[in-house]
Design a protein around this ligand. Structure first.
Ligand code: AMP
Ligand code: ZN
Length: 114
């Protein structure tokens, strides 16, 4: 057991607004959405940051993108487009240390990001 917020969601101790779930991945709505669709895709396995990814996680890392693709389809974003972002560490502003792929869409995105 650990105190990680997203692990608590995986264990069902906190109920997120789930959008998609399979054996290894969970996707739920961000509590502070930055776009009309803002979903976080997480592995059910606790991995703190991108720096903690190992070669054995290669398939799982790919599954995060396949889940993001499915979230985009469910949210009607496949054609209009969407952005995926995974922050790593202090300079990127990572706040929750369980990796998560942000899926943002439903408005025009800007570049460069802030
Ligand atoms: P990051 O800054 O990349 O670590 O993103 C963390 C994200 O988690 C932020 O967008 C938060 O709004 C989101 N977040 C924090 N707590 C919750 C929660 N209880 N449920 C859903 N999203 C959350
Ligand atoms: Zn965790």
């Amino acid at each position: 057991m650990n105190d990680c917020l997203f692990c608590k969601m995986v264990r069902g101790e906190i109920q997120p607004k789930t959008v998609y779930e399979d054996e290894r991945v969970l996707a739920f709505r961000d509590i502070n959405p930055q776009a009309p669709t803002h979903v976080l895709v997480i592995p059910k396995e606790h991995i703190a940051t991108i720096n903690d990814l190992r070669p054995g996680h290669a398939a799982l890392a790919g599954e995060l993108y396949l889940a993001a693709r499915e979230v985009a389809r469910l949210e009607g974003l496949s054609e209009s487009g969407y952005r995926t972002v995974m922050n790593c560490g202090r300079d990127a502003g990572q706040a929750v240390f369980h990796i998560h792929l942000h899926v943002l869409g439903g408005r025009q995105m800007h570049w460069p990001p802030g």
